[in-house]
Write a protein that binds this ligand. Structure first.
Ligand code: GLA
Length: 671
């Protein structure tokens, strides 16, 4: 298999292209304008099943043949989709059983998209047929660069409750547990008279009077994730067999809870994802920046492709605020700064009709090639040609944050001490503290190799799986600094308590144990007392007993006033901090600053506020990205005497240089 950077040794630039919505004259115009805009890659055929297989086994490839040829003649590569994201009308009519069913037992209707059930045997048969046809037909086509499998798996329909799904769930459980006794034990079915005699008695966690069994719900989430991944692998296997050298992937989504992307990433040749920051969050969108870092981490630092973003405004929010001039460009560079090797959009040409006709595009309906947006698209496309040296460059991070999908599923299940807790928010709080200080962050799982890092943060690691406590202990004993936050190490992989008490598995490394939790009512807060200072804390207090650790901050109010809130334990060569509440971000910032100082981890450059700095490295070069999120120009100082080339302007800069409002510099330094 050839890698994406071998196949595209340049910054990929382009978008989803849906030529079937237009006539052939428009195709030629599209190809001309794509060239003008610097487009070198387009995703074709994502929702094209109904125009490729007109009826069962009746294929029409004539339009796709012509479009592949036109694109190739214009020097544009194709990321060819397998067209399986939506079954056609004839398919649904012929196989009414192939649609998904919602939790109330209502089948989905045709007329939108993604209505198929991931467990429908007819869907799987149809997928195998069309994917093989596409692979056989285009395997030697010179425009074919990569395969785009399906599209945003589970985006609209992540849970199916059809009869086929129930059957498949039972098989999955049997394979997972072997015996019904084991399942009964792991799900704790002695509670509420839930004991099963046989796998055949088990139903999907459907319409129940109150809370479902947590073990069952968790396994249902695992099963649905596995089921979608199984569909992906069916397609991948066919494509690998016919085109062993062509990379395959599907596109991931933002803060998408139903799919465990750690598991998925192993099956992708390149991680790609779709980023649609809410303009109201402002620029930079730290939550999307965090997602870039997570996406880069999924394949241990291998660069990702930004597969979709919007040029102007989407059409699926309540109010679709537009991006002002310069914001799309800045967001694109932010993606590259955090590890992207390509910038793609949804979509090339704005649709004339259909549910997304008001969605922004590279080539807008109004104004066409004279529009502001097309001019910005063209400017970026031309600039990115100068960034080819960055392709393949890696991020070097000394800090990692633990992020675990199964923990996300478990900690947000019903029946918890605090129902308003959001795992992502807890992760973001700590991510933000490093981001503000321009410190690169990778994401990891608690079972991963932590030796490349000096600092590991595990926010709200409620589910601690077998072997993870030992891995974290090893990291600290060998000199690492670990930061663990409240409501961690509570349950095992089946959402059953660890019998060693709250936080029990980490008692040695943290030097404490937690006896009780005190979740705060909405709006309530407490105080942290530390040194001679005070800070607010929110959401939750742990009632902590020390067993070797020392107190860094104590609670200021309530009956546990004076009890430890933030602690530090020395363990082997390293240190473990525990934060038994949600401190104000200013406190987290101070704490993170102290830890970074101790470890001598510094930002690549000192820059004014509202300017971001990130670094990427190849064996021969260092690239420093400087992004100005101010409207005003700022002055950037670089280490004296060392000359850098700004890849965008191709000018040499030394000592200091001005950076205009909303502008960016990509400084190359030879090593
Ligand atoms: C998703 C889909 C695209 C399109 C865009 C619109 O990312 O993959 O097909 O619907 O959203 O923003």
């Amino acid at each position: 298999m050839r890698s994406v950077s071998e196949i595209c040794p340049y910054m990929a630039y382009g978008g989803d292209y849906n030529p079937e919505q237009w006539s052939e004259e428009v195709w030629l115009e599209d190809a001309r304008l794509m060239q003008q805009a610097g487009v070198n890659l387009v995703s074709v055929g994502i929702f094209s099943w109904s125009v490729i297989e007109l009826n069962e086994n009746q294929f029409d490839f004539s339009w796709l043949d012509r479009i592949m040829n036109i694109l190739h003649d214009h020097g544009i590569g194709v990321s060819l989709a397998t067209a399986t994201a939506s079954t056609p009308a004839w398919f649904v009519q012929k196989y009414p059983d192939s649609v998904a069913v919602d939790r109330q037992g209502v089948p989905y209707s045709f007329g939108s998209r993604q209505h198929y059930s991931p467990c429908s045997p007819e869907y799987i048969q149809g997928v195998k047929r069309i994917v093989r046809q596409l692979a056989d037909r285009y395997k030697d086509h010179p425009a074919l660069k990569m395969w785009h499998i399906n599209n945003e798996y589970a985006c609209h329909m992540a849970e199916c409750y059809s009869a086929h799904t129930e059957k498949a769930f039972r098989v999955w459980l049997q394979e997972t547990y072997g015996t019904i006794d084991k399942l009964n034990e792991k799900w704790g079915t002695a509670f509420w008279s839930q004991r099963y005699n046989d796998f055949e008695e088990i139903t999907l966690p459907r319409h129940t009077p109150t809370f479902t069994n947590p073990g069952q719900t968790l396994d249902y989430k695992r099963f649905m994730n596995d089921r979608f991944l199984y569909l992906y692998k069916i397609e991948k296997d066919i494509l690998r067999e016919v085109t062993p050298d062509v990379p395959v992937f599907t596109n991931f989504m933002y803060q998408f809870k139903p799919l465990n992307y750690w598991q998925w990433a192993k099956e992708l040749d390149v991680v790609t994802w779709d980023s649609y920051p809410d303009p109201l969050e402002g620029t930079p969108s730290v939550s999307h920046t965090m997602w870039h870092d997570l996406m880069r981490s999924l394949k241990q630092g291998q660069p990702f492709l930004l597969m979709e973003q919007c040029t102007g405004q989407v059409n699926w929010m309540d109010v679709n605020v537009i991006k002002p001039p310069g914001v799309m460009r800045l967001q694109s560079y932010a993606a590259i700064a955090h590890g992207a090797d390509g910038i793609m959009f949804f979509q090339w040409r704005q649709s004339r009709a259909g549910a997304e006709k008001f969605h922004g595009a590279m080539l807008p309906l109004s104004g066409g090639e004279e529009s502001r947006i097309f001019k910005e698209v063209t400017q970026l496309g031309q600039e990115l040609k100068n960034l080819d040296p960055v392709v393949g460059a890696r991020t070097k991070a000394s800090v990692a944050i633990v992020f675990d999908w199964e923990n996300w599923w478990a900690v947000e299940q019903e029946g918890k001490p605090h129902q308003h807790q959001r795992y992502i928010q807890q992760v973001m709080l700590y991510y933000q503290a490093f981001y503000q200080r321009h410190i690169a962050v990778d994401f990891v799982r608690a079972q991963d190799d932590l030796s490349p890092y000096q600092i590991v943060v595990a926010p709200q690691l409620y589910m601690l799986k077998e072997g993870e406590a030992q891995n974290l202990e090893q990291f600290v004993s060998q000199g690492g600094t670990l930061i663990v936050t409240f409501f961690s190490a509570i349950v095992d992989e089946n959402d059953r308590f660890h019998l060693t008490g709250y936080g029990g598995p980490l008692r040695d490394v943290l030097g404490l144990w937690v006896e009780e939790f005190d979740p705060y009512p909405v709006g309530a807060k407490n105080r942290l007392h530390y040194e001679d200072k005070q800070a607010w804390c929110y959401t939750w207090s742990d009632v902590i007993h020390l067993d070797g650790a020392k107190t860094l901050a104590a609670f200021g109010e309530n009956w546990y006033k004076g009890y430890p809130a933030v602690t530090l334990n020395t363990y082997g060569q390293g240190q473990a901090l525990y934060i038994g509440t949600e401190p104000d971000p200013s406190y987290i910032d101070e704490l993170v600053g102290t830890v970074l100082e101790e470890k001598e981890i510094r930002a690549p450059l000192d820059v004014p506020p509202n300017v971001e700095v990130q670094e990427r490295h190849t064996a021969s070069d260092r690239f420093i990205f400087v992004l100005n999120y101010h409207q005003e120009a700022v002055h950037i100082r670089i280490p004296e005497g060392q000359p850098y080339t700004d890849l965008i302007t191709q000018k040499v800069v030394k000592d200091h240089f001005p950076l205009q409002g909303w502008d960016v510099a990509v400084l190359q330094q030879r090593k």
